[in-house]
Design a protein around this ligand. Structure first.
Ligand code: NAD
Ligand code: SER
Length: 322
C-alpha cells in the first residue's frame, strides 16, 4: 500500500509548490495539505485539506490516524524578518512545531520527516564565500537561532530514537505561485511584480548584498530527491547545505533590465540589511552532491526569464477571469 504524506504549512510559498509536485508524483488522495489558514491557491483544492495548528499535537495525531500518514513535511514557521518582530512567537512556533512532529514520529514510528533549515543558521563569524557544510555557526537572528537549534534536535532524534528526519538548508527561494512570507530574501520575488507593473522597484537590501538564492522548482526537486533517497545515503542528519546561484540586487536588476526596457531600481535598506549582512554570500553543497546526487538546474538568466513569463501569464489569467 502506498504511504501518505502530510504537509503542514501547505498554504505558504513552499507548501503550495510541494503539494502540487507531490500530488503529481503520488496521487492527489495520498497527499494531505494542512495549514492554519484555508488554501488561497486553487491548486490546493484538488485534494484533501485539513486545518491543522502545528502547535496542537493532538490535532496532528488525529489527522495522522485518520489518513494513515507515513511521512510528514513540517514547513510551518515564522521567517527571518517576521521573527525579528515577534521573537517569542517565532521561538514558540519554530521550536515547538518541530518538537511536536519529532515526538509524534518517534511514538508513531513514522517512516520519514522533512523539516527545512536555512542559510540563516550561519552568522557573521562564518566564512562568507563557499560556506562549508561544517563550519563556525553563530547566528545572530532569532530565526537563525531557532533553525540551528532545530538542526541539533533533528540530529538528536535520529541518533537517540532512530527518527528518519531529513533536512535542507534552503537559500532564498524564488517562486511565482505565491507571495513571499516575511523573509529577508523576499525582495528577489517582489521585484518581479513591481518590474512588470511599473518598471521600478525600491530594494530593502543594498545594491551589493550578495546572497545564495534558488529557483523554487529546484528547491522542490531537492526536497523530493532527499526524501526519496535510501536512508543509508543520508549521512548528515542535521541539515544539508544546498546551493542554486548567488546574486546581488544590482545584478538581479541588470538581468531584469534585459527584458524590461527602462527598468529602474533604487535602494532603501531597512532592518533586514543587517540580517542579510550576517549570512553567507555563497554555499558549498558538495556533501549534498556526493550523498544523494544534488544538482541545481537554474541560473540567473533562466530564473529571470521564467519568473517574468510566469507572472505575466498569471496576471493575464487573472484579468480574463470573469
Ligand atoms: P510561508 O510563511 O510562506 O509559509 C508558512 C506557512 O505556515 C503559512 O501558510 C502559514 O499560514 C503556516 N503556519 C503558520 N503558523 C502555523 C501553525 N501554527 N500551524 C500550521 N501552519 C502554520 O513560508 P515558506 O517560505 O513557505 O517557508 C516554509 C519553511 O521553509 C519554513 O520553515 C521556512 O523557515 C523554511 N525556509 C524558507 C525559505 C524561503 O526562502 N522561503 C528559505 C529557507 C527556509
Ligand atoms: N529566505 C529566508 C528568509 O529570508 C531564509 O531562510 O527568511
Amino acid at each position: 500500500m502506498q504511504g501518505k504524506s502530510l504537509i503542514i504549512g501547505a498554504s505558504g510559498q513552499i507548501g503550495i509548490e510541494l503539494v502540487i509536485a507531490l500530488r503529481k508524483l503520488r496521487g492527489e488522495s495520498n497527499v494531505i495539505a494542512s495549514d492554519l489558514r484555508d488554501p488561497v491557491a486553487e491548486e490546493l483544492k484538488n485534494g484533501p485539506f485539513e486545518i491543522v495548528d502545528t502547535l496542537d499535537r493532538k490535532r496532528i495525531e488525529s489527522v495522522i490516524d485518520q489518513y494513515g500518514i507515513t511521512e510528514v513535511y513540517q514547513l510551518a514557521a515564522l521567517l527571518s524578518a517576521t521573527s525579528e518582530k515577534f521573537p517569542d512567537k517565532a521561538w514558540n512556533l519554530n521550536m515547538n512545531g518541530l518538537f511536536n512532529i519529532l515526538e509524534i514520529a518517534k511514538e508513531k514510528k513514522l517512516e520519514k520527516v522533512f523539516w527545512p533549515s536555512s542559510i540563516a543558521v550561519f552568522g557573521p563569524t562564518t566564512p562568507k564565500d563557499s560556506t562549508p557544510q561544517f563550519t563556525i555557526m553563530e547566528p545572530t537572528s532569532v530565526y537563525g537561532i531557532s533553525k540551528l537549534a532545530g538542526e541539533r534536535w533533528c540530529e538528536y532524534y535520529y541518533q537517540k530514537f532512530g527518527v528518519d528526519v531529513r533536512s535542507l538548508r534552503y537559500p532564498g527561494l524564488i517562486g511565482f505561485r505565491s507571495e513571499p512570507g516575511g523573509g529577508t530574501t523576499d525582495y528577489a520575488v517582489d521585484i518581479f511584480y513591481h518590474a512588470i507593473e511599473n518598471a521600478r522597484y525600491s530594494s530593502f537590501l543594498s545594491a551589493n548584498t550578495m546572497l545564495p538564492m534558488m529557483m523554487m522548482e529546484d528547491a522542490i526537486r531537492a526536497t523530493i530527491t532527499i526524501m526519496g533517497a535510501p536512508a543509508e545515503k543520508i549521512a548528515i542528519r542535521s541539515s544539508y547545505n544546498i546551493a542554486g546561484m548567488s546574486f546581488t540586487p544590482a545584478q538581479l536588476a541588470a538581468e531584469i533590465s534585459k527584458h524590461i526596457v527602462g527598468f529602474r531600481m533604487d535602494y532603501s535598506p531597512d532592518f533586514r540589511q543587517s540580517l542579510a549582512d550576517s549570512w553567507p554570500s555563497s554555499i558549498d553543497d558538495s556533501y549534498a552532491r556526493r550523498d544523494w546526487g544534488w544538482l541545481p538546474s537554474y541560473h540567473l538568466d533562466s530564473l529571470v526569464s521564467t519568473m517574468l513569463a510566469e507572472i505575466r501569464k498569471k496576471k493575464l489569467a487573472h484579468c480574463e477571469t470573469p
